[in-house]
Design a protein around this ligand. Sequence first.
Ligand SMILES: *Cc1c(COP(=O)(O)O)cnc(C)c1O
Length: 434
Amino acid sequence: MKLAINGGKKVRDKPFPDYKTIGLEEQKAVQKVLESGILSKFLGCWHDNFYGGPQVKALEKEWSEYYDVKHAIAVNSATSGLYCAVGASGAGPGDEIIVSPYTMTASATAALIYNAIPVFADIEEEYFCLDPKSIEERITERTKAIIVVDLFGQPYDADAINKIAEKKDLLVIEDAAQAPGVKYKGKFAGTLGDIGVYSLNYHKHIHTGEGCLIVTDDDELAERMRLIRNHAEVVVDPKGYTNLINMVGYNYRMTEVEAAIAREQLKKLDGLVSEIQKNVAYITERLSKISCLNIPKTREGCEHAYYYHPIKYNVEIGEIPREKFVDAVRAELTPGILRGDEHLMVSYGYVRPIYFEPIYQQLIAYGDKGCPFKCPWYNGKLNYSKGLCPVCEKMHFEELIVHDMMKPPMVKKDLDDIVQAFQKVWENRSELVE
Ligand SMILES: *Cc1c(COP(=O)(O)O)cnc(C)c1O
């Protein structure tokens, strides 16, 4: 059977059904907000409306009930949420924050924004989250916090990493953007560290276009994040808040429209996650019969939300380079109409390890003097060189394949086509040997 990449017939000509979570419920909720005329009620001063309008407050209450946390704080993006979290931690020039190199860029930039230094630790070979052993090696007397990431939808190793953090008195900020609605040993991802951040951007499990909720059980951290969200510097005085560290405010406020959508989306979360899990179980069983593919197991005691489904490729068995294999699989398939090729579909690796980006390679972030990397307050040793995180580099450049072809409303026939595409390339790989 000739491979599509060589001009053969595709396994799948028909576009896959679109992952679309927005429906009538959201339309109605938005309509109500529009009719009210109140699209945001935030005031950037010390006033009742400093905390936002009725939809934002209702969303925060419902989110905190669902996740069983004391505080939920709505902001306009998870990027802003991470910035609030680092701001609340009090980190600043001279401090280090341990971050993952394998994540969406903002989970490392959050350190830089406060002039702290991102220190990259390596990831786990099996689960792709931060490796506790590597974290321990990177801790210095300058370390202030750890930003852990529940990568691809799988919670980080909370038992081990929280223990390290406790011993060294470090704040744990959990980036749970990819892991809403799943648990680690009975507790929700996002609530495992001191502060957790969920994203509601268009690409995530549930969304409001752009948006985020931050969660914490800590009253003081919560209040600091609400201040940063909304022009802290002019609020601290009338509010009588005296700790001025990082009380430089932003406008990270969420509108009433997004909050109304988010309230409807939250109701759909459990159903969506369990559909995705069912679909992944179905394809995993079938893909694991292809001997060049190795499907990593899920961490003991964890649920996985499968923002992406990671697969490891064995080039010795596969005989052709991973890139060729994946390109050939993609060529067999036709993406959905709504997202087209803007989503991953099937890809080799996830994102290039973050320290390879030019700002780290050239040590230029703020101004032209190399701040914060070369700030006189910083007396540590920087390292952003190749080889810094060997497991991450091996996963990204050699072994990992990720795909997101398992989202509802895909049915068995759709999933069978995905499996068939992999199977066809595997069986006909000799066509791709040069
Ligand atoms: C999507 C994502 C973010 C950023 O979310 P935004 O809401 O787009 O700012 C941060 N971290 C991870 C791991 C993500 O996947």
